[in-house]
Design a protein around this ligand. Structure first.
Ligand SMILES: CC(O)(O)CCCCCNCCCN
Ligand SMILES: [Zn+2]
Length: 678
C-alpha cells in the first residue's frame, strides 16, 4: 500500500502580483504562499513530506478544460506593459494579469497534475500542492475571481483520461462558490462536485442563483453537483462538521470515489476578511481526516483561497500534519450547529432526495413551507446579524486574530507520539498483528492482583482475566502518558476488561470517556455521572437498562453481503461522539458481534478524529481477523477497506431517525432538520 505525503511548492509562483491599486484583488498576495511554506518549515513538516517538483502544464493539458481563445489571451499577456495588462484584466470580474501570470498559472496546473501522478502511481498515498493563482472560479473561456486556469478541473479531466477513472470527488471547502468548476462538470456524472460557500441569500459574491442548494446538476449530471450555501457569516467548527456528517460524507461514501481532489481554500477559516467565518484551524485537520477515508486514501489537496496570512498558514499546517497521519487535534467551541446552518443542510438534503439511495426515505414534507420560511426569515431580519457573535469583525481586528491564534495554536499542537499503536498479547501470538506495533511489557501478576483486589474486586471475579487486565492497564498507562496514541488488547471476557478499563481511565483523570461496545455485554458500567458515554451496538433490544443520555443502545445487524453501517456511523454515532467531545475512546468487540469487519473498521477509522486520536481497542480473543483489521486501522498502515456500500433499508433509516429525534436536544450535532415552528 502506498504511504507518504507529497508536498509541492515552487517559489516561482510568488512572482505573480498586482501592479496597480485594486481593492478587490489586492488580498491575493505572493506572501500567501511563502508564509504558508515558512510555517510548514517551522513545524518541521516540510522535511517529513516527499518533495515533488512542480512543472509547467502543457498547452494540451490546459485545453482539456479551457478554449484555445482563452489560452491565447493568457499567453499574449506575457509581453504586455502595465497599461495593456490593466486593460485586458478589466475584461474579467476580479482578475489581474502580471507579465509572469501565464507562467505561474501553468506552474499551478502542472504542480496539480504532478500531485495527481504521484498519488495515482502509488509513489505517495496523498499530498498537498501550494499553488497560485487559484483555480476554482475560472471557466472554459474566462478568468474570474483571481483564477486564470482551473487547476482542479484540469486535474480531474487529466485523471479520467490518463488513469481511466470513472468517479472523482471534488470537495471545495473554500468560502467562495467554485462556479467555474460547477459549470465545467454540471452535466458530468463521473465528477461529484461539493461546495459550501458564503451566500447570504445571493448577496455575497459571485451572487449567482446557480450557487443555491437547488442547483443539483444538469441532464446526466443531476445529483452530482452539491451546493451548500451559508446564509449567515460567523459559521464555526460545529456547522462545518455537521455539513460533513449530514451532507457530504453520506454522499461521498455512496459515490465511492476512486480519487478525491480538494479545492482547499482557507478563507472559510477564522479571521479571513472574505469569509468572516469563525472556524478555527484545527477544523481543517478533521475535514482532511474524513476525506482521507475515501478512495483508499488517494487524496490531492490543492490550495485555492485564504487571505489572512496567520490563519491561512496555521490551517495549511493542520492539513499537512493530518495527511502525514498525525493525531487529529481536539476540536474547540460549542458543538451545536446554528439554525441557519441546519436550514441549509436540510434544504440541500431535500434537493438531492431523488438522486441518492441514502436519502430515499428522507422526509421532505416540510419543503412546501420551508423555502418560503427562509425567505420569511430573511424579510424578518433584513440586515441579518450573525447567528454567532462573530468575534472578528473587520481588518483592524486582525491583531485580535493574531493574538487569538498565537494562544490557540499553542495548546493545540503537541509533539507526535513516537509510536502510534501499542499492544500486548498474553498468548504470545504476537505474529497475529500484520503491522509493526509497539509491545508493552505486561504488569506482573502480583501487581495486578493487588490492583484488582483493591479497586475492581466487585468486577473481577475470576483469575482468568488477570493477564488481559494487566495488558489493558499497561496500555492505558501508555495512552494516559501520551507515549502512544492508541492500543489494542485482547480479552477472554470483554465486559470485565472494558468495565475495569473505564473505571481505571476515569480514576486516572479522563473526564469524558466514550465507549462503543459491539456485541453482547454482560456488565454495563455505571454511566450516571456522565463521565462515560456508552453506545451499545447489539442485535437485540437490551431489556432492563433504561436508555439515558449517556447510555444509548443501537440495535443493528449488518447486512450479509455488504456494509450498510454508514448511515449509523455518519448520521448518528459521529454526531453524538463529537457532541460529547471525549478525551478517550474505548471500542470493544465482544462475542456475538452484529457488525461485519468492514463496519467495525469504519468505526475505528472515523472515530480517530476524536480525543486526539486516543483509542483503546479491546477485542475478544477469538476474533483474530477483527484484531488484524483493527490494527491496520489504528496504525494507519493502509487506507481502510470499508467493503461494498449497501444502502440502508427503510427500517434501519427509521431506527436512526427515531434515535436522532430522541437525542438531538441533548447531542446537538445530530440536528439536520429544523423542527416545525422555528
Ligand atoms: C480562490 C478564491 O475563491 O478565494 C477567490 C475569491 C475571489 C473573491 C473576489 N471578490 C470580488 C468582490 C467584488 N465585489
Ligand atoms: Zn475563496
Amino acid at each position: 500500500m502506498a504511504s507518504g505525503t507529497a508536498l509541492i511548492y515552487d517559489e516561482e509562483m510568488t512572482t505573480h502580483k498586482l501592479l496597480w491599486s485594486d481593492p478587490v484583488c489586492d488580498i491575493e498576495v505572493p506572501e500567501r504562499l511563502s508564509s504558508s511554506y515558512d510555517q510548514l518549515k517551522r513545524y518541521h513538516l516540510v522535511e517529513r513530506c516527499v518533495h515533488v517538483p512542480a512543472r509547467e502544464a502543457s498547452q494540451e493539458e490546459i485545453l482539456l478544460v479551457h478554449s484555445s481563445e482563452h489560452l491565447e489571451v493568457a499567453k499574449s499577456t506575457q509581453t504586455m506593459n502595465e497599461e495593456e495588462l490593466k486593460k485586458v484584466s478589466g475584461n474579467y470580474d476580479a482578475f489581474f494579469f502580471h507579465p509572469n501570470t501565464y507562467c505561474c498559472a501553468r506552474l499551478a496546473v502542472g504542480a496539480t497534475l504532478e500531485l495527481v501522478d504521484a498519488v495515482m502511481s502509488g509513489k505517495v498515498r496523498n499530498g498537498m500542492a501550494l499553488v497560485r493563482p487559484p483555480g476554482h472560479h475560472s471557466q472554459r473561456n474566462a478568468a474570474n475571481g483571481f483564477c486564470l486556469f482551473n487547476n482542479v478541473a484540469i486535474a480531474a479531466e487529466y485523471a479520467k483520461l490518463k488513469y481511466g477513472l470513472q468517479r472523482i470527488l471534488i470537495v471545495d471547502w473554500d468560502v467562495h462558490h467554485g462556479q467555474g468548476t460547477q459549470y465545467i462538470f454540471e452535466e458530468d456524472p463521473s465528477v461529484l462536485y461539493f461546495s459550501w460557500h458564503r451566500y447570504e441569500h445571493q448577496e455575497f459574491w459571485p451572487s449567482l442563483k446557480e450557487s443555491d442548494y437547488d442547483a443539483v446538476g444538469l441532464g446526466k449530471g443531476k445529483g452530482f453537483n452539491i451546493n451548500l450555501p451559508w446564509n449567515k457569516v460567523g459559521m464555526g467548527n460545529s456547522d462545518y462538521l455537521a455539513a460533513f456528517f449530514h451532507v457530504l460524507l453520506p454522499m461521498a461514501f455512496e459515490f465511492d470515489p476512486e480519487l478525491v481532489i480538494v479545492s482547499s481554500g482557507y478563507d472559510s477559516g477564522i479571521g479571513d476578511p472574505e469569509g468572516q467565518m469563525n472556524a478555527t484551524p484545527e477544523v481543517f485537520a478533521h475535514l482532511t481526516h474524513f476525506v482521507m477515508q475515501l478512495a483508499n486514501g488517494k487524496l490531492c489537496v490543492i490550495l485555492e483561497g485564504g487571505y489572512h496570512l496567520k490563519s491561512l498558514s496555521e490551517s495549511v499546517c493542520m492539513t499537512v500534519r493530518t495527511l502525514l497521519g498525525d493525531p487529529v487535534p481536539q476540536i474547540t467551541g460549542e458543538m451545536a450547529p446554528c439554525l441557519s446552518a441546519v436550514e441549509s443542510i436540510q434544504n440541500v438534503r431535500a434537493a438531492h432526495k431523488s438522486y441518492w439511495k441514502w436519502l430515499m426515505y428522507e422526509d421532505t414534507s416540510f419543503l412546501q413551507n420551508l423555502s418560503t420560511k427562509s425567505l420569511l426569515l430573511k424579510k424578518a431580519n433584513p440586515n441579518p446579524s450573525t447567528e454567532h457573535e462573530s468575534k472578528i469583525t473587520n481588518n483592524d481586528e486582525t491583531v485580535k486574530v493574531e493574538r487569538f491564534l498565537e494562544l490557540h495554536m499553542k495548546n493545540i499542537l503537541f509533539p507526535v507520539p513516537p509510536i502510534k499503536t501499542a499492544t500486548t498479547d498474553s498468548r504470545g501470538s504476537v505474529h497475529l498483528l500484520p503491522v509493526p506495533v509497539h509491545f508493552v511489557k505486561e504488569i506482573d501478576k502480583t501487581e495486578i492482583k493487588a490492583l484488582v483486589s483493591g479497586f475492581y474486586a466487585d468486577i473481577v471475579k475470576e483469575d482468568k482475566n488477570l493477564l488481559s487486565l494487566g495488558s489493558i492497564l499497561a496500555i492505558l498507562d501508555k495512552i494516559l502518558k501520551k507515549e502512544v496514541c492508541n492500543g489494542i488488547a485482547e480479552s477472554p471476557t470483554c465486559s470485565v476488561s472494558v468495565a475495569v478499563a473505564l473505571r481505571h481511565s476515569v480514576r486516572f483523570g479522563f473526564q469524558r470517556v466514550l465507549c462503543i461496545f459491539v456485541g453482547d455485554m454482560e456488565i454495563i458500567p455505571n454511566t450516571e455521572d456522565g463521565k462515560i458515554l456508552m453506545i451499545h451496538i447489539c442485535e437485540k433490544e437490551q431489556s432492563g437498562k433504561t436508555r439515558s443520555k449517556h447510555y444509548i443502545s443501537l440495535n443493528w445487524k449488518e447486512d450479509a453481503e455488504g456494509n450498510d453501517f454508514f448511515p449509523a456511523v455518519l448520521g448518528f454515532i459521529l454526531p453524538v461522539a463529537y457532541s460529547y467531545q471525549p478525551n478517550l475512546t474505548v471500542i470493544a468487540v465482544g462475542p456475538n458481534r452484529s457488525l461485519g469487519i468492514s463496519g467495525i473498521s469504519l468505526l475505528f477509522s472515523l472515530l480517530q478524529g476524536l480525543a486526539e486520536s486516543r483509542i483503546l481497542a479491546v477485542i475478544k480473543d477469538t476474533e483474530i481477523n477483527v484484531m488484524q483489521s483493527v490494527a491496520k486501522a489504528l496504525v494507519g498502515a493502509s487506507a481502510p477497506q470499508f467493503g461494498v456500500y449497501v444502502p440502508p433499508t427503510q427500517e434501519k433509516v427509521n431506527k436512526i431517525k427515531i434515535l436522532r429525534d430522541q437525542f438531538q436536544q441533548e447531542w446537538k450535532m445530530l440536528q439536520c432538520s429544523v423542527k416545525d415552528g422555528i
